[in-house]
Design a protein around this ligand. Structure first.
Ligand code: SAM
Length: 353
């Protein structure tokens, strides 16, 4: 497509759809079944689809998708503008222009920018949120508002392409993914994930003792929670997706079906000796989610976290995560484990008071 800086207003209603990674074909089938004719293509990163619906209105598509019975479709975000961008910080200006083209604010309208960035850039999701917010405030009658804004401006970045949309917050559809895995319960992936955590605990010299409390972020389908629970830990498993029934039924595993970002709104979580984090997110984003949870750790407590290599610049991803979390811990170690494919594992121990 076009060179960086080019902004295109899309002709047809378009949506970014997340689905279970590896389940793209199922998600495509579910979308087509719900909508009839629709064009669906895969994006840069597994588990992300672009849906175009010529001849149907955005509202009709959202209603149909909200009502459709699906198993593999997650979040559906309406977008209306596509932008070609580069990796450098100057490309945030293009995102500002794209956001302006996607919005039509009147005086008194309030908005919030939410960016999800995939790929390798000289800017973070937070940088985009800030810059695009400032651009919109300068060039439109809209005003930024963090709490309960009228509109949500979604900026979804996939390496050198960005899609931008503006909608009322309720228009973003959140469906529950109930079919995460290609394999049957108890088969390979659960076991592999279990192995990965067991290796990490061994390499980092961490002992899980009966009754110890563990907070497992990004827990589904439940390999890590299972490994912890089998050592006797009391596990709070956090994930919007289902746990494998074998894990969900363990007496010492409690599933919080939601995002880790929502944990602090729960009352009385108590303290944890161990926080494990295997969320499949950009490492900087993943670390930023862990940051406000550090006070939940007991003195001497530990974080075991996988750093997902979203791009070939592996060391940069490790640095990103350590930049956020490192200063808050006495000890940090990194280890590429035999069961780490496109990731490495970090240990952070001894939260600083
Ligand atoms: C690689 S899988 C985790 C595998 C897991 N450790 C196991 O042993 O089975 C990544 C998980 O992170 C979850 N996830 C992604 N973002 C999340 C968030 N913000 N809060 C909680 N879970 C999240 C996904 O739903 C997905 O189930």
């Amino acid at each position: 497509m076009d060179s960086p800086g080019h902004v295109t207003v899309l002709e047809h209603p378009t949506f970014l759809v997340t689905c279970a990674a590896g389940r793209e074909a199922d998600a495509r089938r579910e979308l087509r079944k719900a909508l009839g004719a629709a064009e669906v293509r895969s994006l840069f990163l597994k588990g992300n689809l672009l849906l175009e619906t010529p001849g149907q209105s955005r509202e009709a598509v959202l209603t149909l998708l909200r009502e459709a019975k699906t198993e593999t479709v997650g979040r559906i975000v309406p977008v209306s503008v596509e932008a070609a961008i580069g990796r450098e910080a100057e490309h945030m200006a293009t995102l500002g222009e794209a956001a302006l083209a996607a919005t039509a604010f009147c005086a008194g309208d309030t908005f919030k920018v939410e960016c999800k960035r995939r790929g390798e850039h000289a800017f973070s999701s937070q940088d985009v949120q800030r810059q695009v917010g400032m651009y919109l405030e300068a060039h439109s009658p809209g005003a930024f508002r963090f709490e309960a804004p009228d509109y949500l401006v979604a900026v979804e970045i996939f390496q050198d392409r960005a899609w931008v949309g503006c909608c009322v917050p309720d228009d973003v559809v959140h469906k529950t993914i109930t079919k995460m895995r290609i394999y049957a319960p108890g088969e390979r992936p659960l076991n592999r994930a279990e192995k990965k955590l067991r290796e990490a605990l061994q390499v980092f010299g961490l002992t899980v003792t009966p009754g110890m409390r563990a907070l497992d972020l990004g827990a589904a389908p439940g390999g890590w929670s299972k490994a912890l629970a089998e050592e006797g830990a009391e596990v709070l498993a956090v994930d919007p997706a289902d746990l494998d029934p074998e894990v969900a039924s363990l007496p010492n595993v409690t599933h919080f079906r939601g995002h880790s970002q929502d944990l602090l709104s729960l009352p009385d979580l108590g303290r944890f000796a161990l926080l494990t984090n295997d969320m499949n997110l950009d490492p900087a984003e993943s670390a930023a989610i862990v940051l406000p949870l550090i006070p939940l750790l007991e003195p001497g407590g530990a974080v075991v976290m996988t750093v997902k290599f979203m791009t070939p610049r592996r060391e940069e991803h490790v640095r990103d995560a350590l930049r956020v979390l490192g200063p808050h811990f006495e000890v940090h170690r990194q280890k590429r484990l035999p069961h780490n494919a496109k990731e490495t594992t970090l240990l952070l121990r001894g939260p600083k008071p």
